[in-house]
Design a protein. Structure first.
Length: 90
């Protein structure tokens, strides 16, 4: 099995961002856990529908494509800020 078969990008799924094949789990989510200090085995405990090889493939992709991951994380943070502002009372 090659890493290329574990990571896929499909327009309209996960915002078109790289994700683990056959799931709706974007690579940048795994990368965020890694940035927060979670070991791959700990991520496996959080996302137990995945295999350890999928987590390592996501981390490999993230490390090989840092600009892509940072952009996706910024988009997610911007969306969260926007939603937070909408939820605040006027």
């Amino acid at each position: 099995m090659s890493i290329g078969s574990i990571i896929e990008t499909t327009p309209g799924i996960c915002g078109g961002h790289a994700r683990l094949a056959g799931t709706r789990i974007p690579v940048h989510r795994i990368a965020r856990y890694h940035q927060l200090g979670f070991a791959p085995e700990e991520v496996l405990g959080l996302l137990n529908s995945l295999s350890l090889s999928q987590i390592y493939a996501a981390l490999t992709h993230a490390l090989a494509n840092p600009q892509e991951i940072e952009s996706a994380l910024r988009e997610e943070e911007d969306a969260a800020r926007h939603l937070s502002r909408e939820q605040q009372p006027a």
